[in-house]
Design a binder for this molecule. Structure first.
Ligand code: PMP
Length: 403
């Protein structure tokens, strides 16, 4: 069978990363991939994680399998972290998952098996893997408008109008709890309130992707949308990732939380979700979850970790401000101050495919063709180079062609 297989297209983001690795120009800057970087361009292991690992290494007695739903102490702690006010609740069924991606796939599989309409709405644009995961799970993926025409703010009125016209009772809707990927543009509090009212009126089921808690307005504040949606909707799914806020990317640490109408429904849902897991990867990996449980259940470690999350967020905010100031000082006539209103690592910069190509060819600066940039990839050391290059790029690319 293999000899007839065509080669699948490379992943658009990881493909660019490969090119970046091979690029020998020493001034190169990578703003493509979705990982946090410190001032030195490293993705560090958090000190709280190292400390928790040392404790685990000391006390660990077995590498035996976890249960299908994962580590109980982890599930309890992360449910409290993600759901806040709703915790504790017998209405919630939580499963540890291999990363946020694994959580989304469990959610997609459960929805494809049991939801009324087998349809899910995703924002235009959204993280590309959303469409891939939900399609692979067997859901029909529909798209709702998200951005205003200037592409620097969210047009939630347009979202609501579209859903009211086209959504059906029982459809799922995928929402980014905070730090929308790829745009960095989150709804305001008032916009979340009107969106939640509309979703509840339409009797849709929110599937909330919570991959960046702590990177927007801080750990508790980033729960605003989750708490508000859960107060209005009797059923929801929250898919959490701890790749970014614990820096546990390769440890595959996430959780799927099913919020059900009552305890009996939560018990049944957990049993069905376990069936989905059993026939997929059987049971989740221990190490990342053990670290998170150790940190969240230890007052000192937890304080240390919260400080580290705050420091990551502050660095991103500082890079945003420094970039906006640098662009304004560069003499570029394009205003980038909208970046200061965006949240999280990503930003829709307004730059085009042509800008991306120019930057790569002429300055070894890598951004996605959609204009998405990872602000965490910027540093004090490269900021001047980045801003002067970008100003030149904008001037050159905007020149009317003479050919
Ligand atoms: N959702 C969004 C919006 C993401 O950006 C990501 C990671 N890039 C994920 C989910 C998945 O995270 P993980 O690496 O934990 O699978």
């Amino acid at each position: 069978m293999f000899e007839t297989l065509p080669v699948a297209p490379p992943d658009s983001i990881l493909g660019l990363s490969d090119e970046f690795q091979k690029d020998t120009r020493k001034e190169k800057v990578n703003l493509t991939v979705g990982v946090f970087k410190d001032d030195l361009g490293q993705t560090p292991v958090l000190a709280s994680v190292k400390a928790a690992e040392a404790k685990i290494l000391d006390s660990e007695k077995s590498k035996g399998y976890l249960g299908i739903e994962g580590l109980v102490a982890y599930n309890t702690a992360v449910t409290q972290l993600a759901l806040g006010k709703l915790f504790p609740s017998e209405r919630v069924a939580t499963l540890q998952s291999p990363g946020g991606t694994g959580a989304l796939r469990i959610a997609g599989d459960v929805a494809a098996n049991f939801s009324m309409t087998k349809r899910i709405w995703v924002s235009d644009p959204t993280w590309a893997n959303h469409t891939a995961i939900f399609t692979a799970a067997g859901l029909e993926v529909k798209v709702y408008p998200y951005l205003s025409s200037d592409r620097v703010s969210a047009d939630i009125e347009a979202t609501i109008e579209h859903l009211e016209k086209h959504a059906q009772v029982g459809d799922l809707i995928c929402l980014h709890a905070c730090c929308h990927n790829p745009t960095g543009i989150d709804p305001s509090g008032v916009q979340w309130e009107s969106l939640a009212t509309s979703i509840s009126k339409l009797r849709m089921i929110p599937l909330i992707d919570f991959a960046y808690q702590g990177f927007g307005d801080g750990l508790p504040n980033d729960r605003f949308a989750v708490e508000h949606l859960l107060s209005m909707c009797p059923e929801a799914i929250v898919c959490a990732s701890f790749s970014k806020n614990f820096g546990l990317y390769s440890e595959r640490t996430g959780a799927a939380m099913f919020i059900c109408a009552d305890e009996a429904a939560a018990i049944a849902t957990l049993s069905q979700a376990k069936q989905v897991v059993r026939s997929n990867y059987s049971n989740p990996p221990r190490h990342g979850a053990a670290i998170v449980a150790e940190i969240l259940n230890d007052v000192e470690l937890c304080e240390q970790w919260q400080g580290e999350v705050d420091a990551m967020r502050s660095r991103i905010d500082r890079m945003r401000k420094s970039f906006v100031a640098g662009m304004s000082e560069s003499g570029c006539d394009q205003d980038f101050s909208f970046l200061n209103k965006q949240k999280g690592m990503f930003s829709y910069s307004g730059l085009s495919k042509d800008h991306a190509a120019w930057l790569k060819t002429n300055r070894a600066i890598y951004i996605l063709g959609t204009g998405r940039i990872n602000v965490a990839g910027m540093s004090d050391k490269t900021m001047d180079y980045l801003c002067t290059s970008l100003a030149q790029c904008i001037a050159d690319v905007s020149q009317p062609s003479t050919k």
